[in-house]
Every structure is written in C-alpha cells, then in structure tokens.
Design a protein around this ligand. Structure first.
Ligand code: FRU
Length: 489
C-alpha cells in the first residue's frame, strides 16, 4: 500500500524486493516478452550479480519469475542478451522447439568473458553451457554482448564492448559457440570522460520515407553524459554485415539523468515490426535511491524510429532517433478528460480537482505555445515549497525538468538539478507528453524527438497539477489528462 511504499512505481517495472540494474536478455518468444535484469538476489545494493526474470504478454503487466541465471563459483552473470535459435544452430534444442540462448558476460577471476546459457522450456529454467566461456580475450573490461541474426550474411553477429578503450567489437558466428572478430568501432562521440557499456545495434525505419532504413549503434557511458553521470549516445550509419560506419555525429539518447543501458527486444515478429527498447531508470552516480525493500525500476518500453528534422528536401539531412511509449500502455488509462489550461499566467494555478489524482500515476498531453513569455509549463506533485516543474524555456530554447524542489533530494548531493533538452519550435509550438509515476517522470517532446527521464521522490501527497506562464502571450492548449491504473492489481 501507499503508506508502506510511497515511491513504488505503479506502471513502471520494478522488482518486488532487492537491487536491480540493467535490463538483460530482452526477447520475444511464443507470445511472451521476456525481461531479464541485473539482480542481486541477496540484498538492496549492487552485488552477487545474477539474472532476475519477468514475462509479459502486453509489455505492461509483468509476472515475476524465479532467478534465471545465478552467480556461481565466483563468477557473476553480468549483462547480455537472449536470442531464439530458430534453426538450432547451437544444437541446444530438443525436438522441434527452438532453444532460447542467453549470451552474457561472466565476471570473475580478474577477467570478463562471454558465456552461454540455454533454455528449452520458454525460459523457465536455464542450463549454463559446459563449454563456457565461448569468447575470452583475457581482458578485464570486455562485456555486455548483444547478438542478432544477420540475414544477408546468414550468421550471428555480436556487438560487445571493450569498456575502458571506448571501443565496440563486432564478431560473427555460425553456431553461437565459435566467434571470429569482424571489425571495431570507436572511440568516437563523447570520448573524454568515461567507459563504453551495453552496446546495441539495429536497423530503424525512417518515418514517412517509404520503408527506407538506417542502422543505429547505441553505447552507454557510466559517467560524463549530457545531464551528468550515466547516459547513452547513438550513432546513425551503415552496417554491411562486417563493419559499422557512422554517417552523422553522435547524439544523446535522453536528456534526463535517469535512462541508462537501454537494450532492444530480439525476435519481435515481422508482422509486428516494431523495435522496442527499455532502459534502467537510474544513474550510477545517484543509484542509492531512498527506497526499500527494492531499488530501481525500468523506463516504460519505447518504440524507436528515425525522423528527418532538417530540410525534408535534403536527402542527407540529419536523422534523430524518436522514442515513443508503446501503445499498449494506453490500456491503463482509466479516465481521460480535457483540462482547461488556456489561462496560464503567473503565479501558477491549479488545474486539477482535489482527490482526482490520488493514485499519483497519470499522463498529461499538451501543446506549449511560448509566445514572448520567458517560460511556460506545469508544476506537478506540488506541496509546501515542493514541486517538479516541466516547461519550455525560450532562453536557450529547451524543454526542461526541474527537480530541485521535487521532495527528497538530499539523499545524494548530485541529485537536485534541472535537465534540459534542446527542442524545435514548429509553428510556434512544442508538444509534450508527460508520464508521471509515484517516483518517476518521463517527458516525450515533439512526438518523441527528445526525451527527459528523471526519478523524483516527492514527500507531499497532494498530487495537484498547476499550470504557469511568464506572461499572457503564452498559450497552453489541447491539454488532456489521463489517470492511469496500477499494474500491481
Ligand atoms: C552497466 C554495467 C554493465 C555490466 C553491469 C554489471 O550498468 O556496468 O556494463 O555488465 O552493469 O551489473
């Protein structure tokens, strides 16, 4: 209940107890979306890393399952991926049903190596391959493999990170057991400050471009990212089955402080065709969040695409990666109503009724027209001298989340802050979709062109929403409020 766990996410995935970090082994198989994750089965801080497990049929409601891959003999099970081996190339399959194969990093005895585990019962039980490791280059920072079937060359391709060198390495295999190096990429992008972890590589459609696609390589850095601490960057380019070539400069994945190590689902059927990923809703720097008996949640699953944001007539125009919450989440909307926000002015005024948002999980969709005002936006989760602010600021042209007064900000000195995403103002307007959970806020700007993901820990139980504008030239229009029901009951 609320009193016992006031910050328990109501529509974001969280483990019932104990510590969680990166999503792992995301794979769709036989009607189920599998979500494995870095998990400490013994406590509420990082350690004994193993793979926790949950499944969902709708990417919204999750069934918690027993531990899938456990730490053993001083070797932790670090991050990795999962594939369905449809042609039984590995030989792990029994009869007609293809095996699920996990490819993960074994961390221990001073090295990081790549290991396999397999399941012949829809991921319910796992066997570690007796021939592990399958890839060992005698390196202490070699981790987080992501594997996919590359149809044109008819083989498995792996992208894996040499973390300290800020390099990813591509390997190929016929059977998931023997790997040969193809090429390397990096250092590139923001190379100054940190390591590279948890790479992913996939093809994305360009919106409205008749099925044209481009490859995207995503990498994460433990520190030194755009809002401080951990975060991801991506490169748009080409992958010819051997080598990745970036055709644009690196861009940031998310402008908040709490979106790390996202990876995408493998084996989503062609009939669906979506590329969906989920990220760890956290930051290594401030990861000791003030919750118990669990720590951490995931972002909402997001659908990815590419969008041209420069001159549409320029075929080489810059592409940005667009992220949108999966449509399945809309089924949680128990009540939707327009709210009148047209009279936005200063000071901020309440636009919701007392008691309307008691469960504190909701979505707000709106259009901000800044006019000549310095800023315009919303305050949510308000209390006495407490609020989280989401708005547009014309100098320097950003949407921001300000969590400096969001509640408990004192648990870590780097937590309080304001996080900004540079945005386009199209015809005088910026659209935002704000997802608010009991301890999290995700802001999707201009239909997913930029995202700000931040955790918040409000102490107030007054979930009122207020609207504000610096002056009356600003307009806030088309505002819809959706109250969301909990996934826990
Ligand atoms: C990223 C990471 C990975 C590693 C895992 C360990 O957050 O550091 O590189 O596999 O966490 O838990």
């Amino acid at each position: 209940g609320y009193l016992r766990e006031p910050w328990r996410p109501q529509f974001h995935f969280s483990p019932e107890i104990h510590w969680m970090n990166d999503p792992n082994g995301l794979v769709f198989h036989d009607g189920e979306y599998h979500l494995f994750y870095q998990y400490n089965p013994a406590g509420n801080t990082w350690g004994h890393m193993s793979w926790g497990h949950a499944v969902s049929r709708d990417l919204t409601h999750w069934e918690h399952l027993p531990l899938a891959i456990a730490e053993a003999d001083g070797v932790m099970a670090f991050s990795g991926c999962c594939v369905v081996d449809h042609n039984n190339t590995s030989g792990f399959g029994l009869g007609e049903t293809p095996p699920m194969v996990a490819v993960y990093t074994g961390h221990g005895h001073g090295r990081q190596v790549q290991n396999l585990a397999y399941s012949n019962d829809n991921g319910r039980t796992w066997t570690k391959y007796a021939g592990n490791p399958v890839l060992d280059i005698n390196n202490p920072d070699f981790r987080d493999p992501k594997v996919f079937w590359h149809t044109p060359t008819d083989r498995w391709v792996m992208v894996v990170s040499l973390a300290r060198e800020k390099v990813v390495v591509f390997y190929a295999s016929e059977d998931l057991k023997h790997w040969s190096e193809l090429s390397r990429f990096g250092p590139a992008g923001a190379t100054q400050k940190s390591n590279w972890e948890c790479p992913d590589l996939f093809e994305l459609p360009i919106e409205g471009d008749g099925g044209k696609k481009r490859w995207v390589l995503e990498v994460d850095m433990g520190s030194g990212s755009v809002a401080g601490g951990s975060g991801g960057e991506y490169f748009v380019g080409d992958f010819d089955g051997t080598r990745f070539t970036a055709t644009q400069d690196a861009k940031w994945v998310d402008f908040g402080r709490d979106f790390y190590a996202p990876v995408s689902w493998s084996d989503i059927p062609d009939s669906d065709g979506r590329r969906i990923w989920i990220g760890w809703f956290n930051n290594w720097e401030t990861c000791l969040l003030p919750t118990s008996p669990w720590r951490s949640c995931m972002s909402v699953p997001r659908v990815l695409s590419l969008r041209k944001t420069t001159d549409p007539a320029d075929p080489d125009g810059d592409l940005v990666m667009v992220q949108r919450p999966v449509e399945e989440l809309q089924r949680l909307r128990v009540q939707s109503r327009p709210i009148d926000t047209t009279a936005a002015t200063w000071p901020p005024t309440a636009v919701t009724e007392p008691g309307e948002l008691t469960d504190m999980a909701f979505e707000l969709e709106t259009t901000l027209k800044p006019g000549t005002a310095r800023s315009v936006g919303f305050r949510i989760r308000t209390g006495s001298d407490e609020f989280t602010e989401v708005g547009y600021d014309r100098e320097p042209g950003v949407v921001y989340v300000d969590r400096r007064k969001s509640g408990n900000v004192a648990f870590h000195q780097a937590f309080a802050g304001r996080h900004e995403a540079p945005v386009r103002v199209v015809d005088g307007a910026v659209t935002i979709q704000v997802l608010v959970d009991r301890s999290a806020i995700e802001v999707f700007i201009n239909d997913g062109e930029a995202v700000i993901s931040d955790r918040i820990f409000p102490t107030s139980r007054r979930p009122t929403i207020e609207v504000f504008a610096g002056d009356r030239s600003a307009e806030v229009t088309g505002t819809t409020l959706h109250v969301l029901k909990s996934i826990w009951h």
